[in-house]
Design a protein around this ligand. Structure first.
Ligand code: ATP
Ligand code: RIB
Length: 307
């Protein structure tokens, strides 16, 4: 693959990950097994995964002037990501994600903190990073106003715009019109299309989103794989690779990065979804969102073993 240029606009969090046998009930205290402090945040995870997959990667975002903020910036720099476009604000602490791993699943509370200070002015200030990119990646852990502004600017500049609509929230139609690839998960796809889960077939929900102006909708289905619509509007499923799962936190982020790198390298949607599925399969075999992101070499080795 040739080396694509990717600009990620989004969140940086310190993930405080607690492993426990089960989730506590409200008002209850239980003992957990382990605590980990791992760099995370959907934006930063996507940036790290893109960089490890060989893309020139820059990130626009915001951290606090605290120890976590410094740690997150240092780890991004170590990955070779252009971080000059990440600011340190004094008004808020670095974003935190409180992640509970229990019963083979996770639950997450995000406190955005400094991520809430990633503004439309930052997008104007760092327009060059967007202009230099082939693909621009967005998620929903920074203010929606900034996401809309950045998507429209990137679209105007002729970039491929990927929006991972997570965490889920209602989105205005004008945002959909600026998106080339929308990547909801199985819950988000119905919510965004205005249906209850299971009310309609997946195909109908995805078609409803496309009719809002999105070029392509790709729905991630966890261990069931990922779905896209073929040229006649029928759902095609790319099954997930069978792997030994350690931690699925960041599965969606690794998938989105794989997709962005493949699209930025000129691959078409079906091949890009297969590549993204390989990246995500490798990511879920490791503990922690960001630290588990695979390199291009690992994906290529995995391809030769599994593919
Ligand atoms: P998260 O919010 O945890 O980052 P998500 O809900 O955004 O995840 P998922 O749909 O759970 O995203 O997963 C994204 C992709 O990761 C899937 O489409 C699939 O390719 C891969 N994946 C997820 N879980 C597994 C698994 N158990 N085994 C193999 N691949 C998986
Ligand atoms: O997608 C996983 C990420 O969501 C975690 O790293 C956490 O920071 C939350 O933002």
């Amino acid at each position: 693959m040739n080396k694509p240029k990717i600009a990620v606009i989004g969140s940086l969090n310190m993930d405080i990950v607690i492993e426990a046998q089960r989730a506590p009930r409200m008002g209850e205290t239980i003992l957990g097994q382990q605590a980990h402090f791992i760099p995370g945040g959907k934006g930063a995870n996507q940036a790290v995964a893109s960089a490890r997959l060989g893309a020139h990667t820059s990130m626009i975002g915001s951290v606090g002037q605290d120890a976590f903020g410094k740690q997150l910036l240092a780890s991004m720099q170590q990955e070779g990501i252009d971080c000059q476009t990440i600011k340190s604000v004094e008004q808020a602490a670095t974003g935190i994600a409180n992640i509970l791993l229990a019963d083979g699943d996770n639950s997450i509370i995000v406190v955005p903190g400094a991520n809430a200070y990633c503004t439309t002015e930052d997008i104007d200030k760092h327009e060059q990073a967007i202009a230099d990119a082939d693909v621009v990646m967005l998620q929903l852990e920074i203010p929606l106003e900034t996401v809309i502004y950045a998507a429209e600017k990137a679209k105007h500049l002729g970039k491929q715009v990927i929006l991972n609509p997570a965490p889920a929230q209602a989105l205005p139609d004008r945002l959909f019109a600026a998106i080339d690839i929308l990547t909801p998960n199985e819950t988000e796809v119905y919510q965004l299309a205005g249906f209850e889960i299971g009310e309609v077939e997946l195909q109908q929900a995805m078609q409803a989103l496309q009719s809002k102006g999105v070029q392509h909708v790709i729905t991630t289905l966890g261990s069931k794989g990922a779905a896209f619509l073929d040229q006649s509007g029928q759902v095609e499923i790319v099954p997930a690779y069978k792997v030994e799962v350690v931690d699925t936190t960041g599965a969606g982020d690794s998938f989105n990065a794989g997709l962005a790198v493949a699209i930025g390298s000129g691959r078409r949607i079906p091949e890009a979804v297969v590549f993204a599925s390989k990246v995500a399969a490798l990511a879920v075999t490791k503990m922690g969102a960001q630290q588990g992101m695979p390199t291009l070499e690992q994906v290529e080795n995995f391809i030769s073993k599994k593919g």
